[in-house]
Design a protein around this ligand. Structure first.
Ligand SMILES: NC(=O)c1ccc[n+]([C@@H]2O[C@H](COP(=O)([O-])OP(=O)(O)OC[C@H]3O[C@@H](n4cnc5c(N)ncnc54)[C@H](O)[C@@H]3O)[C@@H](O)[C@H]2O)c1
Length: 245
């Protein structure tokens, strides 16, 4: 098997489950040295609550201790919120901003500092996991969608900044549509997944798999994407553009 990421070190948050787990596995299979982190304890993962700055510092330090460097940061950890605004507390709104946006900001700042310490121009790739809900209003995802919109904007803004001033750090977001993971499995009954009618409105007639999203993340982290920065790559089976109104 080819190893396009050989010699490169990646930190992947949310690696205990779903998209993060698939991404950590794919990058490792392609030769990367991967530090997977998660709030949830799981074998081989570094304990890391992404809402805590000190724990980000510890995670980046652990990556450097193990591998001597950090070349790729994937911020995938997150939780979803749904419900009408009348039932949406300020606490929940803030929690969504913390886990998606503040965490990405803290992680990117630390990653860039480490990439700069490894040499100038700094080289590296940062990928945030956004969402379709950050590109188009999705009913009852006020806090989640707003946080994802800000996260996508953060990727674009940092992508522009870090391609200048002697840095070559690329920053992009992947925006999944509905993806079958523990997050969405918790939202629908088991029989939901076996009924094609539930996916008939999607041009590709199915939810994405975590592996579909991991492939897009790996592309953005790879040298094949060396001229791609400040982008939001949609991976949604055509839902955003092609679903019936
Ligand atoms: N599944 C979908 O349909 C979908 C669609 C669009 C975007 N996303 C995004 O993809 C990302 C991954 O979601 P998933 O579907 O794989 O969900 P998931 O629930 O399977 O995995 C999320 C992981 O993040 C971890 N996590 C949550 N809060 C954390 C914190 N504070 N610190 C560290 N880890 C934390 C969880 O423990 C879990 O392991 C999320 O950012 C989610 O918003 C998912």
């Amino acid at each position: 098997m080819s190893a396009p990421f050989a010699g490169r070190a990646a930190l992947v948050t949310g690696a205990a489950s779903g998209i993060g787990r698939a991404t950590a596995a794919l990058l490792a299979a392609r030769g990367a040295m991967v530090l997977g982190t998660d709030l949830k304890a799981a074998e081989g993962l570094f304990p890391h609550d992404v809402t805590q700055e000190a724990q980000w510092e510890a995670a980046v330090a652990e990556c450097v201790r193990r591998f001597g460097r950090l070349d790729i940061l994937v911020h995938c950890a997150g939780t979803a919120q749904s419900g009408p605004i009348a039932e949406l507390s300020l606490e929940t709104f803030r929690a969504q901003a913390q886990v998606h946006v503040e965490a990405a900001f803290v992680g990117a700042r630390l990653a860039v500092a480490q990439m700069r310490a490894q040499g100038r121009p700094a080289r590296g790739a940062i990928v945030f996991v956004g969402s379709i809900a950050g590109l188009k209003p999705v009913m009852q995802t006020t806090a989640y969608g707003t946080a994802k919109a800000a996260l996508i904007h953060l990727a674009r803004t940092l992508g522009v900044e870090l391609g200048r001033k002697g840095d070559l750090v690329r920053v992009n977001a992947v925006c999944p549509g509905g993806t079958r993971t523990p997050m969405t499995e918790a939202a629908f009954p088991p029989e939901y997944w076996d009924d094609p009618a539930n996916f008939a409105h999607l041009p590709l007639k199915a939810f994405c798999t975590p592996e579909d999203i991991a492939e897009a993340i790996a592309f953005l982290a790879s040298e094949e994407a060396e001229f791609v920065t400040a982008q939001a790559l949609v991976v949604d089976g055509g839902w955003l553009v092609g679903s019936r109104p």
